[in-house]
Structures are given as C-alpha cells and as structure tokens.
Design a protein around this ligand. Structure first.
Ligand code: COA
Ligand code: MG
Length: 292
C-alpha cells in the first residue's frame, strides 16, 4: 500500500469519487471527520458503500476507521460495518499491543456472527495519538496476526500535549512529533508490519507533500496517508520503486545467489552484507505488489 486515502464516511459524494482516485486503499472514516450527530448516518452510508464496492474485483482495499476503544462508539461502529466485510479496520488512538488484542477479540465475535472466517479482517493502527501511546510503541509485536500496518498522527497528540503547533515555520514537524514518527517506524519494524507515514494537511501544496513523502521513504516508511484525491498521484510516484532501485536490488540478490553461503559481497566497489540482502528482497516484494 503506497497511498491510503481518507474519505469521510457520511459523504456519498466523496465516496463516489474515491474509487477512481488511484489510491491503493480507501480509509472510510467514522471518527474525527464525522460529527457526533452524524455517526449513525455515516455507519449506514459506509455499510452501503462496502456492500456496493466490495464485490468489484479490481478495486482499492477498503478500510474503515472506527472510533477509539475509549470512545464508547466502537462497538456500534463494528456492529454496523463488519457485515460489509472491510479488508481492514483502522484503530485510532491505539495504545500498544493490548489495544490490538482487544480489537482482535471484538472482530472475532463479529466475524462469527456474519459467517466470516476468523481473521478475515485485518488491522491497521494509529500509534501516536495519545501521550501514553508513545511509551507503548514497542508492544505491538505478536499482538495479533491481523495487524498489517502501523501509522502515526500528530493532530491528536499535539492537542493532548497542549502544544501551540506541531510544525515549525519551515513546515517540518517539531521535535515531539519527530519522536512520534520515529517510534512508529521502529514499532512497525519490530512488529514486522508496514510503516505508513502520516497525513500532510496542506493539500494544495504539492512540493511540500513530495518532500515529506520522499523523507518518509528515505527513512523506511513504505506508504503515506492522504486526505485529498489530489495527493494520491504524488504519493504513489514516491513510493513506487524506481527502475533504478529495482535493478540495484536485483543485482544484490543475484550476487548473493551466485555465492551461496556468503555473508558479504562486493558490487561495483561497495560492500553489501545480509541486511542489504533483506532490504533488497523487501524492495522487490513491494515492486512486485505494485506492478499490476
Ligand atoms: N475523498 C474523495 N473525494 C474527495 C476527497 C476525499 N478525501 N476530498 C475531496 N474530494 C473531492 C471533492 O468532493 C471534490 O469533488 P466535487 O467538486 O466533484 O464534489 C473534489 O474532490 C475536489 O475537492 P476540493 O474542492 O479540492 O476540496 P474540498 O474543499 O471539497 O474538501 C476536505 C477538502 C479537506 C474537506 C476534503 O478533502 C476531505 O474531506 N478530506 C478527508 C478528510 C478526512 O477524512 N479527515 C480524517 C482523517 S485526518
Ligand atoms: Mg484524530
């Protein structure tokens, strides 16, 4: 998943436009973009969309962001949408592996009710939206085989920290949020799931989006959240492995294949050891997944 586009779950108009956006996944939102008065309507609209688009074979992945475990709304959200068999549930304000275990159990019960095989619905978690969550970033590994990705958020965290801003005048995230970003990246690597970078809210600023996406890719993120269809093309371009990167990865794999048992090889005057091989294989796997 290179691009994951948020779509407010109460907007029939945006839901209609989203499937042709080019995003690898759509995240239909029942949380922050939906006012309390419209939650019920959004659940119904979301279920209708899932039932309609779920059947189409060539479609983006369909995720639903439910309300947090602490909100008191998550059970009604899941009761409404699991029948539409979303590919994954995004859990906001997750606080470590225990939150994932909790959601896993909630999903298992609903899967049974709807006759779905246990584990059908995956989980993606928002890891840094509370202060407490930062200290639990290392606890996601092994929580549930449903977990496929971790992402992070700066908006709720800045409110919780009492901050005046989360970005500096140069548009870059300030220290507390850079820490959150790094914790998410390490948490995802430790849990062996995909690391997904956060949203870029200035949605008309293509250069800013591109810079932030490139920095994310450089550091190990393999995808980025989007809030507007206009952001999808840039994100997909940045996270699609280039022909040059693929060729380099293939050369690394070929060099190790030619010398079975070697721990280290030299290619063009540069040393490559086993971590390089692992990275090359990951890149080729991603390249294969996006070559459709
Ligand atoms: N998904 C699908 N379609 C979207 C969209 C989205 N996230 N955001 C905008 N569009 C559509 C609009 O409906 C509009 O199409 P139309 O004129 O044919 O109706 C077109 O794209 C252009 O939209 P634009 O006028 O540039 O933006 P806007 O002012 O209508 O919307 C936002 C701006 C931020 C309100 C909107 O992008 C949005 O709702 N984003 C998602 C918010 C969200 O889910 N937040 C929670 C996670 S942080
Ligand atoms: Mg939020």
């Amino acid at each position: 998943m290179r691009s994951l586009l948020f779509v407010p779950g109460d907007s029939a108009r945006k839901l209609e436009k989203a499937p042709t956006s080019g995003a690898d996944a759509l995240i239909i939102d029942l949380e922050d973009s939906i006012s309390p008065a419209r939650k019920e309507e959004a659940r119904a609209t979301t279920l209708g969309f899932l039932e309609q688009f779920g059947k189409i074979s060539s479609r983006p992945l369909l995720f639903v962001r439910v309300n947090s475990i602490a909100s008191g709304l998550i059970d009604a959200d899941l009761d409404a949408v699991v029948a539409g068999r979303p590919d994954a549930i995004m859990l906001p304000k997750a606080e470590g592996g225990t939150s994932i275990v909790h959601l896993d159990a909630k999903l298992a019960a609903r899967e049974a009710v709807h006759g779905l095989a246990e584990g059908t619905i995956r989980i993606v978690a928002l890891t840094t939206e509370t202060a407490k969550a930062l200290f639990l970033a290392g606890t996601y590994a092994g929580a549930s085989t449903r977990l496929t990705g971790l992402t992070w958020g700066a908006e709720d965290l800045s409110a919780e920290l009492g901050a005046e801003a989360n970005r500096g005048e140069d548009d870059r995230f300030l220290d507390p949020y850079r820490l959150a970003r790094s914790l998410c990246l390490a948490a995802a690597a430790a849990a062996e799931v995909q690391a997904i970078d956060t949203v870029y809210v200035d949605f008309r600023n293509e250069a800013g989006l591109r810079r932030e996406a490139e920095e994310a890719r450089r550091d190990g993120f393999t995808g980025k959240l989007a809030i507007h269809p206009g952001q999808v093309e840039t994100i997909n371009a940045v996270f699609t492995p280039t022909a040059d990167a693929i060729a380099k990865a293939e050369a690394v794999v070929a060099a190790f294949t030619a010398e079975p048992g070697a721990g280290v090889v030299g290619i063009g005057g540069v040393m490559y050891d086993r971590p390089h091989l692992a990275r090359a294989r990951q890149l080729l796997a991603r390249a294969g997944a996006t070559r459709r």
